[in-house]
Design a protein around this ligand. Structure first.
Ligand code: GLU
Ligand code: ZN
Length: 281
């Protein structure tokens, strides 16, 4: 069971098409391929983009099994998980603004700020605060050190060709390079990391396919799966589609939006060919 999980914050481009083809392909003829709309960011997501995503996928010849899973329909499950993590004592409320964090990071004793898979590693001003003092507007962070102390050695299985094999999580790297990631954003009540893990489990995903840019974030997800006693999917991290200058295609790169290519007369076969994929069976 695989899934394609775009966020409806813009039009699909060639990179998304590649990700969707990989997910459908990895499901195999007997398997199921699901579509999930990662729409927890209410500020940036638009219903018109959701419709356009489904339209583009259908045009590409990709059909998903079952109903579309909208992440925003499952916030209750995300909140319940935060409660469990709070009961374990591994999350804490954080009132820091971006400016506070920047200021703390530029203090002379801090050295060069470390940028990990979740942005700047949090310097820790709020660490140790109790969930009893959490306000409804506070972000919630994972105390990485405490979280790692609760679980044994962790690993995940990578099936993809680029990094195939068993990958062990390195706790020292997690503490130094990832740090206390936000699990509940103040404006969302959840976060990408928490929702993706919970929804993959709820949808019964057995192989998570996604771009290599999320390889480091997978360590965060494996830790959350262990804490929340969720089944461990396998992973397939694929290469990223780049433009002619080797630059990664960004979502707002409208020139490469599928809809634009389509309007210019491209066929689904052209799209597959430009992605280096064999023609459809
Ligand atoms: N929703 C994420 C994105 O649009 C991908 C989720 C995932 O594969 O983990 O990039
Ligand atoms: Zn804080």
């Amino acid at each position: 069971m695989t899934r394609f999980a775009p966020s409806p914050t813009g039009p699909l481009h060639l990179g998304h098409a590649f990700a969707a083809f990989v997910a459908a392909e990895r499901a195999g003829p007997q398997g199921r391929f699901l579509l999930r709309l990662e729409d927890i960011d209410r500020q940036r997501c638009r219903e018109s983009y959701s419709r356009a995503i489904m339209d583009d996928l259908a045009w590409l010849g990709l059909t998903w099994d079952g109903p579309v899973w909208r992440q925003s329909d499952h916030l209750r499950n995300h909140r319940a998980a935060l409660k469990r993590l709070a009961a374990m004592g591994v999350i804490y409320p954080c009132t820091c603004s971006r400016g506070d964090i920047r200021a703390a990071l530029s203090a002379p004793q801090e050295g060069a700020p470390v940028i990990g898979p979740d942005g700047f590693v949090y310097p820790g001003a709020c660490r140790g605060r109790s969930m009893a003092e959490a306000g409804s507007q506070d972000a919630l962070r994972l105390d990485m050190r405490l979280a790692l102390a609760r679980v044994g050695r962790l690993s995940f299985v990578e099936n993809g060709p680029l990094r195939r094999g068993v990958h062990w999580l390195d706790p020292d790297w997690m503490i130094a390079r990832v740090g206390d990631v936000v699990l509940s954003r103040r404006d969302m009540g959840t976060s990408y990391h928490l929702s993706v893990v919970l929804d993959d489990a709820a949808q019964g995903i057995t192989e998570v396919t996604r771009g290599m840019d999320l390889f480091d974030a997978t360590a965060i997800h494996v830790l959350l799966q262990a804490l929340l006693e969720l089944p461990a999917p396998r992973y397939w991290h694929h290469d990223l589609v780049r433009d002619d200058n080797g630059k990664r295609l960004a979502k707002r790169d409208d020139a490469r939006a599928l809809a634009t290519l389509r309007a210019d007369g491209a066929t689904p076969a052209d799209i597959r060919a430009s992605l280096g994929l064999p023609s459809a069976p």
